[in-house]
Design a protein around this ligand. Structure first.
Ligand SMILES: *Cc1c(COP(=O)(O)O)cnc(C)c1O
Length: 334
């Protein structure tokens, strides 16, 4: 079942190798370990992400640097990621947030020019693409199959790469560094996915395009319904990109008549769930404050977005009456 999931996902996104692991966080850790990072080596990533992105960098023994995001796709800016590169930089680690790829043409050109690795945090971006090229095919792609993601095995992860040597390292790292029974080649771990998990995910692949189409339909509906609200910015699918709408995230403008938290509380009273993904930049917690492997790089756009973002229901289970309920609830907040 694991081998079959790996084969079918490889076909779906067009990549040579897929290595299934036990969750998305270990996918990120293993991907970084494949680059053999040493203490002091730097990984540049987005400050506007789930905490696993940062924790994986620390687990792999590296130092995390942050480049600010662009507000139109919520992803790390290619221009600013280049500014963070120095002689200690080893890996660029864009996050394809909410189901839309980062500016990967530019980022992969920059990585090539500077001889850097790319680890894509594609935990939210199964099937997302840019000019027909899929998330997870520019570098080493890391997908999550957690229960809330677009594809799920309960807990699970998938690592993707076109590089035969990296694929070989990842398969060893996944299983105690073992080539054949009791033949160890490196210090590895147990990152294995079970057949039970793989069996849960496999049937979802054949209906995945319909799942994304339903998400796209819901996103279009909400975008049209909010088009005249001058205090709210709705999310855009940028030219050339296939957004898979893991989240539908609106931004309250700086001069909006209510705050994000007031809107969320209003929606809750109307029976509409929402979530702030993410309420703070990833490094803005006491547990990272005195860790000198977490650099306090200035990221004003990400800080502003974190205080103004709110994600509304967009998943395929949302039906037309519910879309109307969500619309009316948002409109009645002001
Ligand atoms: C979910 C997620 C992860 C971690 O995946 P798990 O399977 O929960 O370990 C990492 N990065 C991002 C952006 C995520 O959304």
């Amino acid at each position: 079942m694991v081998a079959r999931l790996e084969r079918e996902f490889a076909e779906m996104i067009g990549v040579r190798h897929v290595i299934a692991v036990n969750n998305g966080t270990t996918a990120l850790i293993a991907a970084l370990q494949a680059f053999d990072l040493q203490p002091g080596d730097e990984v540049v990533t987005s400050p506007f992400t789930f905490v696993a992105t940062l924790n994986a960098i620390l687990q792999a023994g590296a130092t995390a640097r942050f480049a600010d995001i662009t507000v139109d796709d919520f992803n790390v800016s290619a221009e600013l990621i280049e500014e963070r590169i120095n002689e200690r930089t080893k890996v660029l680690m864009p996050v394809h947030l909410y189901g839309q790829t980062a500016a990967m043409s530019e980022i992969s050109t920059i990585a090539n020019e500077h001889g850097l690795g790319i680890v894509e945090d594609a935990a939210q971006a199964h099937g997302a693409s840019l000019d027909g090229k899929h998330a997870g095919t520019w570098g080493v792609g890391c997908f999550s199959l957690y229960a809330t993601k677009n594809l799920t095995s309960g807990e699970g992860g998938l690592i993707t790469t076109d590089d035969d040597d990296i694929a070989d390292r990842l398969r060893l790292l996944r299983n105690q560094g073992m080539r054949a029974r009791y033949q160890y080649e490196m210090a590895g771990n147990n990152y294995r996915m079970t057949d039970l998990q793989a069996a849960v995910c496999i049937p979802q692949l054949s209906t995945y395009d319909a799942n994304v189409a339903a998400r796209q339909h819901n996103a279009d509906h909400l975008g049209e319904a909010f088009a005249d609200l001058d205090w709210l910015t709705t999310p855009a699918q940028l030219p050339g990109r296939r957004h898979v709408w893991h989240q539908y995230t609106v931004l309250l403008d700086d001069d909006a008549p209510i705050t994000r938290d007031e809107l969320a509380a209003h929606l809750e009273r109307q029976g509409v769930g929402s979530g702030a993904y993410y309420p703070r930049i990833v490094s803005d917690y006491d547990c990272y404050r005195n860790d000198d492997r977490v650099r306090p790089d200035p990221v004003p756009v990400a800080e502003s977005v974190a205080s103004r973002c709110l994600s509304l229901p967009v998943h395929p289970g949302v039906d037309e009456p519910q879309l109307d309920t969500i619309t009316a609830a948002v409109r009645s907040a002001v």
